[in-house]
Ligand binder design. Sequence first.
Ligand SMILES: *Cc1c(COP(=O)(O)O)cnc(C)c1O
Length: 384
Amino acid sequence: MNQHTRLQQSPIPFIDVAAQRRRLGGAVDNAVARVLAHCQFVNGPEVHAFESELAAFCGARHAIGCASGTDALLLVLMAWEIRPGDAVICPSFTYHATAEMVALLGATPIIADVLPDTFNLDPASCERAVATAKRLGLKPRAVIPVDLFGLPANHGAIADIAEKHGLKILDDAAQGFGASYRGRKLGTFGAATATSFFPAKPLGCYGDGGAVLTDDDVLAARVKSIRLHGEGVDRSEAARIGITGRLDTIQAAILIEKLKIFPDEIAARDRIAARYSRALADVAIVPRVGNEFTSVWAQYTVKVKPDRRDVLAADLKAQGIPTAIYYTRPLHRQPAYRDFPIAEGGVPVSEQLSREVISLPMHAYLEPPVQDRIIGAVRSSLAH
Ligand SMILES: *Cc1c(COP(=O)(O)O)cnc(C)c1O
C-alpha cells in the first residue's frame, strides 16, 4: 500500500481530543500533579484562579465555575425562582439540554423557531412565543437563546424583544463560548450566560464542567449559594434550596492550561471553516457568518438537499470520514418535549433544517491534507 492509499483510508476522528492532548500534554500533567500534591480537590485555589481568568477572557464581571453546562442553566433558573406557571422560551433547533432544566423546575418551555441561515432563535418567533404563553395563562419570564454551532444568536434583536416583554435573557453559550457579537465576547449578553466544558465543546475540560457568567452582583451571589447547597452567611446556614454544583479543582487546573491556547485554537478553527466554505460553496449551502459576528465553529454544518444527505453520509463513511447530524430531531419532536407548547406560527424552519443539515469533522488540529480529503469526498458525492 503506498502512502497515498493509506492516507485515503485511515479513519478520521470527528473531533480529535487526542491531538490537543498531545500539544498540551506536559502542561496539563503538571497542572493535575499540582492538585494531586495539595489535595484540595474541591474549592481548591485553581477554581478561583480559573474563574478570574474566565471572567477576564470574556469581559464578564463574574464567572462561577460549576459541574456542567446543564447545572449552569439550572443555577440561574433557580436563582430567578423559575417555577410552575412560568414560561421560558427556547429554540426548537438545539440540543435538548437547553429546555431540560426549565421542565425540571416545573416551568413550561415554549418552543420557538429558528432562522434558516444562522440556525439561531428567530426574534419574530420568540415574540410570538410570548403571545402563546399568555394565551395559555402562563407568565413569560425568560428566554434562552442558544449560540448554535458556535455562532452567536442575534442578541441585539432578542434584547429588544426581551425588554419590551419583561423577559430575562439566559444565553446558552455551551457551543458558542469564545465567539463574539458586535465586538463583545459571549458571556456579556443578557442577564446571565451558561457555558459547558464538556470535552467536545470548543473550550472543553477532561470530564464535565461548566460556568455561569454575569455582570449582576446579586445574581452571582445567589448562584454561588445555590451551587453550594444554598449556603447562607456561613457554612452552617441553609439560606435556600441548592444543589452540589461545583467545578472540581482538577478540571479547573486543566481549564487554566486550555484557556491559554483557546484564542489560538479559535483562530485555527476559523481558518479551517473558511477553507471548507471556499471549497464547498458551489455544492452545498455553507454557513454564513454576518459582519457583526464571529463563530468558534463548535460544528461546521452545511445544508444539502434532503434526498442527498444520507448518500453523502454513506459515501463519506465508506472513506473513513465521519459526519454527524445535529439535529435529526428538534426539541418539539423529542418524546420528552413534544407535549410542550409551540409558538404560534409553528416551527417550520426547524423541521426543514432537521432534514437538510450535516456536520463535517471540525477541530483546531485538522491538518490541510485531511481537510482536502474531506473536501474531495464531499465534492465527489454531491457532484453527481
Ligand atoms: C452541551 C450543551 C448543553 C449542556 O452542557 P453539559 O455540560 O453537557 O451539561 C446545553 N446546551 C447546549 C446547546 C449544548 O450544546
